[in-house]
Write a protein of this length. Structure first.
Length: 187
């Protein structure tokens, strides 16, 4: 697992986050945040904005956010010395304050792909709602800190949590495959 604080330069981050947090941003309601087939108590909902999904859009960007989100991913991978091989999905997620702490279901993003990575770029800062990643028997909490990028293997179970101190938690979720230039690259 890799985590980069101050992942993007100020101008790049401010432009991207300003577009995402704009009143003009369109959001789609999702009854279940992580797993479609799970009946919940009504707290599992969230909102999403699909930027790119190669399985549903014939490899065409879904929105004008594509360029900014894509360049942000490339910047983060460059900082880690990694090279993008194939992009599968870019999804912006928004989880609202539900008045109580709530942990969404542990899941993997893509059950059909192997050897892919997940990147998360945090758009907002929220002290009380980490991303939780299972690493074997242990859980790792990644703080939801603005302009932080987290990278981990796609086969790791993970989940989001809902904020209780701020109005919303917003991040960009990436699913992609890296080019392997060394056999010893471990995420």
């Amino acid at each position: 697992m890799n985590v980069i604080d101050n992942a993007l330069g100020k101008n790049q981050f401010d432009h991207l986050s300003g577009s995402i947090l704009s009143h003009a941003m369109s959001w789609q309601y999702a009854k279940n945040t992580a797993l479609d087939n799970v009946t919940e108590s009504g707290l599992d909902y969230s909102f999403a904005h699909l930027v790119f999904d190669c399985d549903y859009s014939s490899h065409q960007p879904e929105t004008q956010l594509f360029t900014g989100c894509y360049l942000a991913l490339l910047t983060c991978l460059d900082k880690l010395g990694l090279e993008l091989d194939e992009l599968f999905r870019i999804r912006v997620g928004l989880i609202t304050n539900k008045g109580t702490s709530y942990q969404h279901h542990m899941h993997v993003d893509d059950l059909l792909r192997n050897n892919y990575s997940i990147g998360i770029l945090y758009v907002t800062s929220n002290q009380d709602c980490p991303t939780i990643v299972k690493d074997g028997l242990h859980s790792i909490n990644i703080d939801h800190k603005q302009n932080t990028f987290a990278l981990f293997d796609g086969d790791k179970l993970h989940c989001s949590t809902s904020p209780t101190l701020e109005a919303a938690r917003v991040n960009i979720n990436y699913n992609f495959r890296l080019k392997c230039t060394h056999q010893d690259v471990i995420l």
